[in-house]
Write a protein that binds this ligand. Sequence first.
Ligand code: BGP
Length: 490
Amino acid sequence: MTFPKNFLWGGATAANQIEGAYDVDGKGLSVTDITTAGSVKAPRMLTYKLNGEFRKTPGIPGAGLPEGAVGAIDPNEYYPNHVAIDFYHHYKEDIKLFAEMGFKLFRLSIAWTRIFPKGDEAEPNQAGLDFYRKVFEECKKYGIEPLVTISHYEDPLYLSEKYHDWNDRKMIELYEKYATVLFKEYQGLVKYWLTFNEINSTLLMLNLFGNNVTDDAVYQHAYQKLHYQFVASARAVKAAHEIDPNYVVGNMICGIVNYPLTPDPKDILANRHSWEQNLYYCGDVQCKGAYPSFAKRLWAEHNVKLDITDQDLADLAAGKVDLYTFSYYMSNVVTTHDVTDKVEGNFAAGARNPYLNYSEWGWATDPTGLQYYLEIMNDRYQLPMMVVENGLGAVDKIAEDGKIHDDYRIDYLRQHIEAMGKAVDNGVDLIGYTTWGCIDLVSAGTGQMSKRYGFIYVDRDDEGNGSLKRMKKDSFDWYKQVIASNGENL
Ligand code: BGP
């Protein structure tokens, strides 16, 4: 197993899950700033609290915010993202620790609301631009390349309410303007960009994870939102290439592998169709620059009629991504049969795969699925690839010797790195790997701090208590040795 010589090892985060300082230096409210902590079973991204009451969106993160949601911050409520791990004030210390592990790549996102607080101002907020400049300069000091997600589930709340979660083509130009500001501002400091985090989650949420949305209006919203995001993404790719031909711009897909539960041909076909809806639909548009032939079937199934112009189609063709990136945590099974053996958890529900073990949150550990996914997508798109999220969310305990012995995390990562190595040996053009939550952060799905992924422990609990002190876990030294040996010494 040999990883390419300049393989980009590193870690990944998102602004709203690490930065805190949610209202500092002119930042506006993001949709994530009004979400409170959820629970193991209730995916938080689908829930928000307004006037003391939990409400559910129609199945799409950020969708359906009612009038009055803007400014609905209850002083008596705990919002985990408001402080998070306070990366805003600890970034130097944190990047130094990443450098000590030997990171070549650090994935982070930019909070749109630091740059444009409401999302549609004429001029960007200078303090927001300055913050990310300082972060990128700090990375550069250590030879760490930033990998920047332009939008990671953190739309400006003002825009989300005004345009009903991307249900208006006006969002395209606002996003394009925001992205263009970034491409101009950080030229020379950033090379790798991702347009939208897990863009396909809009579709995944509809009928995976125990959601069984059948309402055509919800599909209409989901596909229209995606169309506007595809055009916004394509226009951003084009702008990036015009501003700097060296920019490498990728998509980002939530890479959940599905398997048929039985050899019943009906299950095999259902599984293929789930790949089409959940993975290929977004991947094809962003990598091939056009809608796939099965799109017509998907739209017809739910009477979806889309606002698509000829200019949109030209934009899609002109804005193909340079890089295919994805997150990978688990696999699921698909069946047309009734099942009794089910798994339940946060973002994981349905039939249980008897060959796999499940985490406390119901996520199946499946390294072979990662190899399978890499080989399929390499074949389909023939693009360089990066795994930009992967890891094990687990509760860590400080042992009597004052250390954190997270051998379970090391085991999980070792198996997945081995799987990537096998894919590389089979010819997959894999160029980078960033583990999710390289430093402990607020869980997106639950709002918990106790669902930890990091090599670096952060002293903060689910209620917001703790000193925010950073501590190296056992996995810290292990990952350092993995990077130093370019994946040989696992
Ligand atoms: C992905 C998101 C991340 C991250 C990760 C882990 O879907 O892109 O933001 O949070 O999942 O999920 P969780 O935080 O729910 O454990």
